[in-house]
Design a protein around this ligand. Structure first.
Ligand code: SF4
Length: 249
């Protein structure tokens, strides 16, 4: 099916939609998203395992025209950009890269310091380098496939299949909602899908190189994200960048 040029936001009755999609497979939910939103469907990719799985699912359904939004914060590991290129090459998927308004040097000059280093500053860095480019990229779309899973816990443990996201004037769709990290792992292995090479080097969760460290075997999967900020706060509370509306920063 060719995508429509001027998508319109569907008016969804979420209680009905969520009960209708309850128990459906990830592929069925993605297909529903495509049938419902047409050219207004996009996916947000973090280039982590869940994004690799969703990317492969789009490919296997023949939906390679769906735009996959990738925000290049310009602080990524080189391996993150290599994975993006590999997925495009292998599956012919429509990954589009968006960048922040200021490059890192311009940001440093404007603020006189590296914002990612300190609590109270890093939030602005995430806002400018992730959130703002994402919101801009999201403007033409109304439905957004996202790799969040309830099994991740924290703010994610109660996500519905489809949720309204007022920031993007649309809906987030969570096809992997009922899956676990093990389910995703098995899917990727079975289908020989490329994954971020740092996952096998002690990085279960990967963001900007500046704000991601490896984790010890006995640590939480997100312990390597903003470790320096959690140390400043003296807490083990999970931190998120705020690009996902359902998360708390
Ligand atoms: S993760 Fe760190 S470097 Fe990346 S945008 Fe957020 S604060 Fe800035």
């Amino acid at each position: 099916m060719a995508l429509t040029a001027d998508p319109v936001k569907p008016d969804l009755e979420l209680t009905y939609v969520n009960s209708m999609l309850e128990g459906k497979s990830a592929l069925e939910i993605i297909q529903w998203g495509y049938d419902t939103f047409g050219g207004g469907l996009a996916m947000l990719s973090s280039m982590q395992k869940t994004a690799s799985a969703l990317t492969h699912m789009l490919y296997s359904l023949g939906l390679t025209d769906v735009e996959i939004i990738f925000i290049d914060t310009q602080y990524h590991f080189p391996e993150t950009l290599q994975l993006r290129d590999e997925l495009i090459e292998k599956y012919g998927v429509n990954i589009k890269t968006y960048t922040p308004e200021l490059n890192p040097e311009e940001q440093f000059r404007k603020y006189g310091r590296e914002l990612y280093l300190k609590d109270g500053d890093y939030q602005l860095c995430c806002q400018m380098r992730k959130e703002e480019p994402y919101l801009k990229a999201a403007e033409p779309f109304y439905g957004f496939l996202s790799g969040l899973m309830r099994s991740e816990g924290g703010a994610r443990k109660n996500i519905p299949v489809v949720a309204e996201d007022p920031r993007v004037n649309g809906y987030k769709i969570h096809p992997l909602r009922e899956m676990t990290a093990t389910d995703v792992e098995e899917y990727l292995k079975k289908n020989n899908v490329p994954v971020h090479p740092l996952h096998s080097r002690g990085y279960p969760s990967i963001g900007c190189a500046t704000c991601t460290t490896p984790v010890a075997p006995d640590e939480d999967e997100r312990a390597g994200r903003w470790r320096h900020i959690r140390e400043q706060r003296g807490t083990n509370e999970k931190i998120y960048c705020g690009i996902n509306f359902s998360d708390k920063r």
